[in-house]
Design a protein around this ligand. Structure first.
Ligand code: SAH
Length: 349
């Protein structure tokens, strides 16, 4: 048994051969999978019934099911909770902005990196997602929303480089011309700083965007926020990032979550400028999205703007993430965590 969404569009020619089907069936299958976004083989009525039955058994199409979605607010941000075959649940978010849509997808059920402010890691990592489940997140939402997203960011639950092969396979499928055909430069992988993953991606010959979660201008602060920094400290991480840029010519975006008094002062901005001013780098500032399990506070808006301003004045290309989907458990992993807590609470009573 091979899940349908784990195959690259080009693999279907060989599948048809194996099944003894003429080559034009591969075209019909791809049309059904990625143009009509069928949710069961039964719906692919251009194929004879016996073939549909065979495909349903050997190439199942039922990776993920929608459990719930948060009501989209005026900004249209909608967070979905999807369920896998084994009952595990993951989040994916639909984020419309300026006439385009970005979908944020998950790479693992939970996460083992234990960043202090991140809800996804609170309960550890249950397992990695298969390539099929990663692609399925996009297919389920595209079906529900009637269109593919323009951009994909692997910024949901999980650390993509702890599930390297499946993430890369899934992104290749999403990027494939006869598949969802989402442009490589519209696909962003975000890592907490797994150095071997950055080194490996540099050799892939792909055009995906890379974001690195830095969150601190020195090791002392980064150690407090991100245990991964004890394995690869900032200098080692930046050496890998420089090598990546040298190899690919691609500019890395550094994510920097602003936490009040911890990393949002002028001196922190100055240290960050020192780290990045000679590098090809972009910075994306993210005002902390409060989570119950972390005592840090979101800086006042004026402090965030002052930080942004300092970086811009130093000539560093910097953006600040708009606070979106607040009503919808916006931070990574919050919706799943809340549902698990509700369930546990329910059984105790
Ligand atoms: N594991 C990947 C993807 C994680 S989520 C990574 O670490 O990059 C994408 C970004 O959101 C990361 O930069 C992550 O650190 C950040 N993030 C997680 N929880 C947050 C919160 N509560 N407030 C602000 N940013 C958060």
């Amino acid at each position: 048994m091979t899940p349908a969404y784990s195959l690259l569009p080009t693999d279907w020619t060989a599948v048809c051969k194996t099944l003894g089907l003429p080559a034009f069936r591969a075209k019909q299958i791809l049309q059904g999978l990625y143009k009509d976004c069928i949710s069961s083989w039964e719906a692919l009525t251009t194929l004879p019934g016996t073939i549909r039955e065979q495909l349903a058994i050997e190439y199942p199409l039922t990776a993920l099911k929608e459990v719930t979605r948060t009501p989209s607010g005026i900004d249209g941000v909608t967070k979905f909770l999807l369920e896998a075959q084994d009952g595990e649940r993951i989040e994916t978010v639909w984020i419309p902005a300026d006439g385009r849509v970005t979908q944020c997808i998950s790479s693992q059920v939970g996460c083992n990196m234990h960043c202090a402010f991140c809800a996804s890691g609170q309960l550890g990592c249950v397992r990695s997602l298969t390539a099929d489940e990663i692609v399925s997140q996009v297919m389920v939402l595209s079906k529900a929303m009637g269109t593919y997203p323009n951009n994909i960011v692997v910024m949901g639950m999980g650390e993509p480089f702890m599930n390297y092969d499946n993430v890369l396979r899934a992104l290749r499928i999403l990027n494939a011309q006869q598949g969802p055909n989402i442009g490589a430069r519209h696909i962003t992988i975000s890592t907490c700083g797994i150095v071997p993953g950055i080194e490996k991606l540099a050799q892939e010959g792909v055009q995906f965007e890379l974001s690195v979660s830095l969150h601190a201008p020195n090791d002392e602060i980064r150690n407090k926020l991100m245990p991964v920094n004890k394995r690869w400290h900032i200098q080692e991480l930046l050496v890998a990032c420089d090598a990546y840029t040298a190899q690919t010519g691609r500019i890395i975006t550094y994510e920097y979550t602003l936490v009040h008094h911890l990393n949002d002062r002028r001196q922190h901005a100055d240290m960050l400028i020192q780290l990045l001013r000679k590098r090809k780098a972009r910075v994306n500032l993210i005002p902390l999205s409060p989570v119950e399990e972390f005592e840090g506070k979101t800086p006042p808006h004026a402090d965030c703007l002052a930080f942004l301003d300092a970086l811009l004045k130093a000539g560093i290309h910097t953006t600040m993430r708009r606070s979106r989907g607040k009503q919808a458990d916006a931070a990574c992993g919050q919706l799943r965590l809340r549902k698990i807590k509700e369930a546990n609470h329910g059984t105790k009573e």
